[in-house]
Design a binder for this molecule. Sequence first.
Ligand SMILES: [Fe+2]
Ligand SMILES: [Fe+2]
Length: 262
Amino acid sequence: MNSKEWIAHFRQNATQYRVDWSLEPNITEKQIRSIIYSLQAWQLGETSDGSNLLRASTKYAHSINDPDYIEAVKLFIREEQKHGNNLGLYIDAIGENRIRHDWGDSLFRKIRYFNTSMELWTLTVIVVESTAQIFYQSLKDASNCTLLKQICTDILIDEAYHITFQMERMSTIVEGKTDFGKRWRKWFYKLFFFSTTLVVWFAHKKLFKAGGNSFKNYWKKMSLKYGKTLGKLGVASSQLPVASGVSQVTVRRYETLSGEHT
Ligand SMILES: [Fe+2]
Ligand SMILES: [Fe+2]
């Protein structure tokens, strides 16, 4: 999809209300205790104003002469803020407090501040969004609360498109690199993907377990996600002719991802 099509997608998706806010939370104290730390941390993470990403995207959009990309990124950020807002409303509804600091969020914010490279931004978002899909599925499965389940389903639907949005950008960025550039990136991306996977597990294992995921399950799901996203880029650069190869793989991946919410 081009930037105009993404703008249309995000605008249309913003008119979809999938959460019934008249519902009362229905969650036990024990369940709250197993999810609250992660819920608070992700709520904070989703609440960023996006100014650093917007700065990097604006610079990038001008360099490739695609001013519409700026608007698409703005709408993408707005969707992330909706997630933060909805999680915040849920935290309020169960009588817990929203937090202002979390070590993972502070670290991520510092990295974001210094990061003006579109490539690093895109890579980071792809990795974080991949863990997010398992995270929100676990949050959804950790209780019988219909309101929380609806909030998670809504986020999962949005996030599947976010990965497609970012993977398209990544394909375009990688397409412009030399063979050597593609080769070292393949390893660097993989290392970055799996080390982040590990950090997220240790920070949020209580929630992942509450949602029925063992470390083995989680790792397997993340490996599959890697294969469907960044792993495909490596294949494209080494086994297929560059230009057509990347787009062929891209198209196939979109078909797979568009129906995938877990
Ligand atoms: Fe999100
Ligand atoms: Fe997202």
